[in-house]
Ligand binder design. Structure first.
Ligand SMILES: [Zn+2]
Length: 342
């Protein structure tokens, strides 16, 4: 009999939607607090895990803010990033686009350039040790408004390294996409790709606005598109990828159960959906778990799960030639796995 779970774990994967801060392991958070020398609100890993439980989406944002404020030295990003990629590599993730909420930390007095350098030390060490590749997307953090967004674009223009796109995360209900239109326009002009969190904590109008005003190529979450059949059809027609994060949505109360998550409906309707962890440590998940949950709770077959991998690769912001090469090698690997397991 085929060991389907082992096969799913062995599938090559791509992760498009993961926040660096939200990947901080509980042990590492304790280390950061110790290094910072401040009085720690947590004594043990269990304390941290208990803290990572949320009543609703606003409560999650609140906890997330407390966590990012624990980071007091730029160099701490190296270990967080390395471990994030180590965890992804363990799940056979080969390529990651990781989100870095730069303005959160600059407001706390950290230096943008030094943080980016620390992150990229983590990225290159992980590449050396595990072969995993990682590019970055910078989250402008919508709560700070479009002026800060413009400022962040200046930082990126001065030091862009491996940054491939921008994003707006944060409190979606209070800070709609429209005011960010000029920021997104400028980002496009300087050659950045465009993504926005939309349809997670707000309704389908937030997704429409991200499409119409920000010209996004991918939507982060997009859960509430389920309320609007026209929008689902439009996402499909325009081939806009939707980065879905089922466990995250369950933990923040956006959905009531995984069976109730719309990812399978969207997939069946031909929308280019992908599956992601969002904040793996804060939601106690990883890419293997996401794939397994889709199989167990929503009846995704192995070949459908592999389609999610290809969706993530095809809608990634890798250069076209690299994308095609990787696509081909994933196909070969998949065929080999199917043979090995049958
Ligand atoms: Zn997110």
């Amino acid at each position: 009999m085929v060991d389907v779970e082992a096969l799913i774990r062995a599938l090559p994967k791509v992760e498009q939607h993961i926040h660096i801060v939200g990947s901080t392991r509980a042990e590492t958070l304790l280390w950061i607090l110790e290094e910072g020398g401040s009085k720690s609100p947590f004594e043990t890993v269990e304390d941290v895990r208990r803290f990572f439980q949320y009543r609703d989406f606003p409560h999650f944002i609140n906890v997330y803010m407390k966590v990012f404020r624990c980071i007091t030295r730029e160099s701490q990003f190296e270990r967080i990033t390395y471990e994030m990629l180590e965890d992804d590599a363990r799940c056979n993730v080969r390529y990651v686009e990781a989100s870095f909420s730069a303005p959160d930390h600059v407001r706390e007095g950290l230096d943008y350039g030094l943080m980016l350098d620390a992150i990229n030390r983590g990225v290159s060490h992980a590449h050396r040790d595990f072969g995993i590749q990682c590019n970055l997307r910078v989250d402008l953090v919508r709560n700070y408004g479009p002026n800060v967004g413009m400022q962040v674009l200046d930082w990126i223009e001065n030091k862009s390294d491996n940054i491939v796109s921008i994003d707006i995360g944060g409190s979606e209900e209070k800070f709609p996409p429209k005011p960010f239109a000029p920021v997104y326009q400028k980002a496009k002009e300087v050659g950045l790709h465009l993504v926005a969190h939309a349809g997670e904590a707000a309704g389908p109008e937030s997704i429409w606005d991200a499409i119409n005003y920000l010209n996004v190529e991918r939507i982060g979450h997009g859960v509430t598109a389920r309320q609007d059949p026209k929008l689902i059809a439009y996402l499909r027609k325009r081939d806009i990828a939707v980065e879905m994060c089922p466990t995250s949505n369950l933990r923040t109360g956006v959905i009531t159960s995984l069976q109730n998550h719309p990812i399978k409906t969207f997939f069946d309707k031909g929308v280019k959906v992908t599956v992601n962890t969002d904040d793996p440590s804060m939601f106690n998940t990883d890419m293997n778990n996401e794939y397994l949950q889709l199989h167990q709770q929503l009846n995704f077959t192995v070949s459908e799960l592999f389609e999610l991998t290809l969706n993530a690769l095809d809608s990634s912001f890798l250069p076209e030639t690299q994308k095609l090469q990787m696509h081909e090698s994933f196909m070969k690997e998949y065929r080999r796995l199917i043979d090995d397991f049958s």
